[in-house]
Design a protein around this ligand. Structure first.
Ligand code: BJW
Length: 232
Protein backbone atom coordinates (compact mmCIF):
# COMPACT_ATOMS: atom_id res chain seq x y z
CA UNK A 1 0.00 0.00 0.00
CA UNK A 2 2.72 2.40 0.98
CA UNK A 3 4.98 1.46 -1.90
CA UNK A 4 2.19 2.38 -4.34
CA UNK A 5 1.32 5.63 -2.54
CA UNK A 6 1.80 8.87 -4.49
CA UNK A 7 1.02 11.37 -1.74
CA UNK A 8 1.68 9.85 1.69
CA UNK A 9 1.48 12.05 4.78
CA UNK A 10 2.40 11.34 8.41
CA UNK A 11 0.48 12.41 11.49
CA UNK A 12 2.26 11.93 14.79
CA UNK A 13 1.81 12.35 18.50
CA UNK A 14 3.80 12.03 21.70
CA UNK A 15 4.49 8.29 21.19
CA UNK A 16 6.89 9.21 18.37
CA UNK A 17 9.19 10.99 20.84
CA UNK A 18 8.73 8.53 23.73
CA UNK A 19 11.82 6.51 22.80
CA UNK A 20 13.84 9.74 22.88
CA UNK A 21 12.92 10.05 26.56
CA UNK A 22 10.23 12.72 26.09
CA UNK A 23 7.19 11.81 28.20
CA UNK A 24 3.82 11.20 26.57
CA UNK A 25 0.71 12.77 28.10
CA UNK A 26 -1.79 10.01 28.74
CA UNK A 27 0.16 6.77 29.16
CA UNK A 28 -0.60 5.24 32.57
CA UNK A 29 2.40 5.61 34.93
CA UNK A 30 4.78 7.28 32.46
CA UNK A 31 2.48 9.91 30.90
CA UNK A 32 2.70 13.50 32.16
CA UNK A 33 -0.97 13.63 33.12
CA UNK A 34 -0.38 10.76 35.58
CA UNK A 35 1.67 13.22 37.64
CA UNK A 36 0.33 16.66 36.69
CA UNK A 37 -3.11 18.22 36.25
CA UNK A 38 -3.50 19.08 32.53
CA UNK A 39 -5.84 21.99 33.08
CA UNK A 40 -3.57 23.52 35.76
CA UNK A 41 -0.56 23.40 33.44
CA UNK A 42 -1.75 23.53 29.84
CA UNK A 43 -4.59 26.05 29.81
CA UNK A 44 -4.91 29.86 29.89
CA UNK A 45 -6.77 29.48 33.22
CA UNK A 46 -3.84 27.54 34.72
CA UNK A 47 -1.38 30.18 33.48
CA UNK A 48 -3.49 32.99 34.95
CA UNK A 49 -3.73 31.19 38.31
CA UNK A 50 -0.04 30.35 38.72
CA UNK A 51 2.24 31.55 35.89
CA UNK A 52 5.43 30.70 37.81
CA UNK A 53 4.40 27.06 38.23
CA UNK A 54 3.40 26.73 34.56
CA UNK A 55 6.67 28.28 33.37
CA UNK A 56 8.70 26.05 35.69
CA UNK A 57 6.99 23.00 34.18
CA UNK A 58 7.87 24.22 30.69
CA UNK A 59 11.45 25.00 31.74
CA UNK A 60 11.78 21.44 33.03
CA UNK A 61 10.42 20.00 29.77
CA UNK A 62 12.56 22.36 27.67
CA UNK A 63 15.72 21.17 29.39
CA UNK A 64 14.65 17.54 28.83
CA UNK A 65 14.03 18.11 25.11
CA UNK A 66 17.41 19.88 24.79
CA UNK A 67 19.07 16.69 26.01
CA UNK A 68 16.94 14.35 23.87
CA UNK A 69 18.04 13.05 20.47
CA UNK A 70 15.84 12.04 17.53
CA UNK A 71 15.17 8.30 17.59
CA UNK A 72 14.95 5.74 14.79
CA UNK A 73 11.28 6.64 14.23
CA UNK A 74 12.04 10.35 13.69
CA UNK A 75 14.93 9.42 11.40
CA UNK A 76 12.80 7.05 9.33
CA UNK A 77 10.04 9.64 8.87
CA UNK A 78 12.52 12.43 8.14
CA UNK A 79 13.98 10.33 5.33
CA UNK A 80 10.62 10.57 3.55
CA UNK A 81 9.95 13.65 1.44
CA UNK A 82 6.41 13.95 2.83
CA UNK A 83 4.38 16.47 4.73
CA UNK A 84 4.76 15.54 8.39
CA UNK A 85 1.89 16.76 10.53
CA UNK A 86 2.65 16.52 14.23
CA UNK A 87 0.96 17.37 17.49
CA UNK A 88 4.39 17.39 19.14
CA UNK A 89 5.85 20.68 20.31
CA UNK A 90 9.44 19.35 20.40
CA UNK A 91 11.90 19.86 17.54
CA UNK A 92 13.01 16.26 17.09
CA UNK A 93 11.54 15.76 13.61
CA UNK A 94 13.29 18.97 12.49
CA UNK A 95 16.56 17.83 14.05
CA UNK A 96 16.21 14.48 12.25
CA UNK A 97 16.15 16.47 9.00
CA UNK A 98 12.44 16.53 8.10
CA UNK A 99 11.76 19.37 5.67
CA UNK A 100 7.98 19.94 5.84
CA UNK A 101 6.78 19.76 9.44
CA UNK A 102 3.40 21.19 10.44
CA UNK A 103 3.25 21.63 14.23
CA UNK A 104 -0.45 21.78 15.04
CA UNK A 105 0.09 22.53 18.74
CA UNK A 106 2.92 25.02 18.25
CA UNK A 107 6.54 24.87 19.31
CA UNK A 108 8.16 24.77 22.73
CA UNK A 109 11.20 26.43 21.11
CA UNK A 110 9.53 29.82 21.02
CA UNK A 111 8.00 32.23 23.51
CA UNK A 112 5.21 34.46 22.36
CA UNK A 113 3.03 37.30 23.62
CA UNK A 114 0.11 35.92 25.64
CA UNK A 115 -2.10 38.75 24.34
CA UNK A 116 -1.25 37.79 20.75
CA UNK A 117 0.19 41.13 19.67
CA UNK A 118 2.36 39.11 17.27
CA UNK A 119 5.65 39.22 19.16
CA UNK A 120 7.59 35.96 19.38
CA UNK A 121 11.20 34.97 20.00
CA UNK A 122 13.30 31.81 19.96
CA UNK A 123 14.33 30.40 23.31
CA UNK A 124 17.36 28.33 24.15
CA UNK A 125 15.93 24.97 25.24
CA UNK A 126 18.94 24.11 27.41
CA UNK A 127 18.72 27.46 29.17
CA UNK A 128 15.04 28.45 29.38
CA UNK A 129 14.30 32.13 30.06
CA UNK A 130 12.74 33.30 33.36
CA UNK A 131 9.29 34.88 33.38
CA UNK A 132 9.26 37.90 31.06
CA UNK A 133 7.00 40.42 29.44
CA UNK A 134 6.40 41.29 25.82
CA UNK A 135 8.73 44.09 24.68
CA UNK A 136 6.01 45.31 22.30
CA UNK A 137 2.94 45.46 24.58
CA UNK A 138 4.09 44.42 28.10
CA UNK A 139 1.72 41.44 28.30
CA UNK A 140 3.21 38.24 29.78
CA UNK A 141 5.37 36.06 27.52
CA UNK A 142 4.44 32.37 27.39
CA UNK A 143 5.51 29.23 25.52
CA UNK A 144 4.44 29.22 21.87
CA UNK A 145 2.26 26.14 22.31
CA UNK A 146 -1.51 25.60 22.03
CA UNK A 147 -3.28 25.11 25.34
CA UNK A 148 -6.71 23.59 25.94
CA UNK A 149 -9.43 25.95 24.77
CA UNK A 150 -7.07 27.84 22.45
CA UNK A 151 -7.37 27.87 18.70
CA UNK A 152 -4.77 26.05 16.59
CA UNK A 153 -2.61 28.29 14.33
CA UNK A 154 -4.99 28.82 11.44
CA UNK A 155 -2.44 28.71 8.60
CA UNK A 156 -0.88 25.47 9.89
CA UNK A 157 -4.31 23.94 10.45
CA UNK A 158 -5.41 24.84 6.90
CA UNK A 159 -2.27 23.31 5.41
CA UNK A 160 -2.70 20.15 7.48
CA UNK A 161 -6.36 19.83 6.55
CA UNK A 162 -5.52 20.24 2.84
CA UNK A 163 -2.71 17.66 3.09
CA UNK A 164 -5.14 15.18 4.68
CA UNK A 165 -7.79 15.80 2.01
CA UNK A 166 -5.21 15.20 -0.72
CA UNK A 167 -3.14 12.32 0.67
CA UNK A 168 -3.61 8.74 -0.46
CA UNK A 169 -2.05 7.15 2.64
CA UNK A 170 -1.99 8.63 6.15
CA UNK A 171 0.57 7.08 8.51
CA UNK A 172 -0.63 7.78 12.05
CA UNK A 173 2.08 7.34 14.69
CA UNK A 174 1.96 7.34 18.49
CA UNK A 175 -1.17 9.30 19.25
CA UNK A 176 -4.10 8.48 21.52
CA UNK A 177 -6.24 10.48 19.04
CA UNK A 178 -8.36 11.99 21.79
CA UNK A 179 -7.49 15.67 21.31
CA UNK A 180 -9.53 17.64 18.78
CA UNK A 181 -9.53 19.15 16.27
CA UNK A 182 -6.17 17.40 15.56
CA UNK A 183 -7.58 13.87 15.80
CA UNK A 184 -10.28 14.81 13.30
CA UNK A 185 -7.62 14.88 10.57
CA UNK A 186 -7.67 11.08 10.50
CA UNK A 187 -11.37 11.10 9.67
CA UNK A 188 -10.84 13.83 7.07
CA UNK A 189 -8.15 11.74 5.33
CA UNK A 190 -10.24 8.59 5.43
CA UNK A 191 -13.38 10.29 4.16
CA UNK A 192 -11.30 11.79 1.34
CA UNK A 193 -10.33 8.29 0.23
CA UNK A 194 -6.94 7.78 1.92
CA UNK A 195 -5.86 4.51 3.46
CA UNK A 196 -4.95 4.80 7.14
CA UNK A 197 -2.00 2.95 8.66
CA UNK A 198 -1.71 3.24 12.44
CA UNK A 199 1.42 2.52 14.48
CA UNK A 200 0.98 2.42 18.24
CA UNK A 201 1.94 0.22 21.16
CA UNK A 202 -1.76 -0.27 21.96
CA UNK A 203 -5.23 0.40 20.54
CA UNK A 204 -6.22 4.07 20.40
CA UNK A 205 -9.33 6.12 19.68
CA UNK A 206 -8.32 5.95 16.01
CA UNK A 207 -8.24 2.14 15.84
CA UNK A 208 -11.68 1.95 14.22
CA UNK A 209 -10.41 4.16 11.37
CA UNK A 210 -7.39 1.98 10.55
CA UNK A 211 -7.05 -0.01 7.36
CA UNK A 212 -3.89 -1.47 8.90
CA UNK A 213 -2.90 -1.26 12.56
CA UNK A 214 0.66 -2.19 13.50
CA UNK A 215 1.35 -2.74 17.19
CA UNK A 216 4.89 -1.90 18.29
CA UNK A 217 7.04 1.07 19.10
CA UNK A 218 7.52 3.71 16.42
CA UNK A 219 11.29 3.33 16.75
CA UNK A 220 11.11 -0.29 15.67
CA UNK A 221 8.11 -0.33 13.30
CA UNK A 222 8.75 2.84 11.26
CA UNK A 223 12.26 1.96 10.03
CA UNK A 224 11.03 -1.45 8.81
CA UNK A 225 7.84 -0.10 7.26
CA UNK A 226 9.52 2.81 5.50
CA UNK A 227 12.44 0.72 4.23
CA UNK A 228 9.88 -0.79 1.84
CA UNK A 229 8.95 2.72 0.67
CA UNK A 230 12.57 3.78 0.24
CA UNK A 231 13.41 0.82 -1.98
CA UNK A 232 10.36 1.08 -4.28
C1 BJW B 1 3.59 4.94 21.49
C2 BJW B 1 4.87 4.80 22.06
C3 BJW B 1 5.89 4.37 21.20
C4 BJW B 1 3.55 5.50 23.58
N1 BJW B 1 5.62 4.11 19.90
N2 BJW B 1 3.33 4.68 20.22
C5 BJW B 1 -14.31 17.91 20.25
C6 BJW B 1 -14.65 16.86 21.09
C7 BJW B 1 -14.19 16.81 22.40
C8 BJW B 1 -13.39 17.83 22.90
C9 BJW B 1 -13.05 18.87 22.09
C10 BJW B 1 -13.50 18.90 20.78
N3 BJW B 1 -12.99 20.02 20.19
C11 BJW B 1 -12.24 20.67 21.09
C12 BJW B 1 -12.26 20.02 22.24
C13 BJW B 1 -11.54 20.46 23.49
C14 BJW B 1 -10.09 20.08 23.53
C15 BJW B 1 -10.00 18.56 23.50
O1 BJW B 1 -9.75 17.95 22.48
N4 BJW B 1 -10.17 17.92 24.64
C16 BJW B 1 -10.12 16.47 24.74
C17 BJW B 1 -8.90 16.03 25.54
C18 BJW B 1 -11.39 15.98 25.34
N5 BJW B 1 -9.35 20.69 22.44
C19 BJW B 1 -8.85 21.92 22.55
O2 BJW B 1 -9.02 22.59 23.56
C20 BJW B 1 -8.10 22.47 21.35
N6 BJW B 1 -8.60 23.75 21.04
C21 BJW B 1 -9.80 23.91 20.49
O3 BJW B 1 -10.48 23.00 20.12
O4 BJW B 1 -10.17 25.20 20.37
C22 BJW B 1 -11.49 25.44 19.90
C23 BJW B 1 -11.70 26.90 19.83
C24 BJW B 1 -12.58 27.35 18.91
C25 BJW B 1 -12.80 28.69 18.81
C26 BJW B 1 -12.15 29.55 19.66
C27 BJW B 1 -11.26 29.09 20.58
C28 BJW B 1 -11.04 27.75 20.67
C29 BJW B 1 -6.63 22.69 21.70
C30 BJW B 1 -5.94 21.42 22.05
C31 BJW B 1 -4.53 21.73 22.55
C32 BJW B 1 -3.81 20.48 23.05
N7 BJW B 1 -2.66 20.85 23.77
C33 BJW B 1 -1.77 19.82 24.28
C34 BJW B 1 -0.64 20.51 25.08
C35 BJW B 1 0.32 21.20 24.09
C36 BJW B 1 1.33 22.02 24.80
C37 BJW B 1 2.33 21.21 25.56
O5 BJW B 1 2.92 20.22 25.06
O6 BJW B 1 2.56 21.58 26.69
O7 BJW B 1 -1.23 19.06 23.19
S1 BJW B 1 -2.59 18.58 25.26
C38 BJW B 1 -1.61 17.24 24.70
O8 BJW B 1 -2.45 16.29 23.98
C39 BJW B 1 -0.63 17.83 23.67
C40 BJW B 1 -0.63 16.76 22.59
O9 BJW B 1 -0.19 17.30 21.37
C41 BJW B 1 -2.07 16.30 22.59
C42 BJW B 1 -2.27 14.94 21.98
O10 BJW B 1 -1.66 13.95 22.73
P1 BJW B 1 -0.92 12.74 22.00
O11 BJW B 1 0.20 13.25 21.20
O12 BJW B 1 -1.91 11.91 21.33
O13 BJW B 1 -0.26 12.00 23.27
P2 BJW B 1 -0.92 10.92 24.26
O14 BJW B 1 -0.07 10.86 25.47
O15 BJW B 1 -2.35 11.18 24.46
O16 BJW B 1 -0.82 9.55 23.47
C43 BJW B 1 0.43 8.93 23.20
C44 BJW B 1 0.18 7.69 22.37
O17 BJW B 1 1.44 7.14 22.00
C45 BJW B 1 -0.57 6.60 23.14
O18 BJW B 1 -1.62 6.10 22.31
C46 BJW B 1 0.48 5.51 23.37
O19 BJW B 1 -0.06 4.20 23.34
C47 BJW B 1 1.42 5.74 22.22
N8 BJW B 1 2.83 5.37 22.44
N9 BJW B 1 4.84 5.12 23.33
C48 BJW B 1 4.38 4.24 19.40
N10 BJW B 1 7.20 4.18 21.61
Amino acid sequence: MLARAQRPVSFSGAGLSAESGVSTFRDAQTGMWAKYDPVALASPQGFAADPAMVLEWYAHRRRGIAQAEPNAGHNALAGMDWTHITQNVDDLLHRAGAKRVLQLHGSIKIDRCHHECGFEQDVELANPPPMGSCPACSAPLRPGVVWFGEQLPIDIWSEAEAACRECDVLVVVGTSAVVYPAAGLITIARESGAKVIIINTQPSDASALADIELFGTSGTVLPKLLAAKRSD
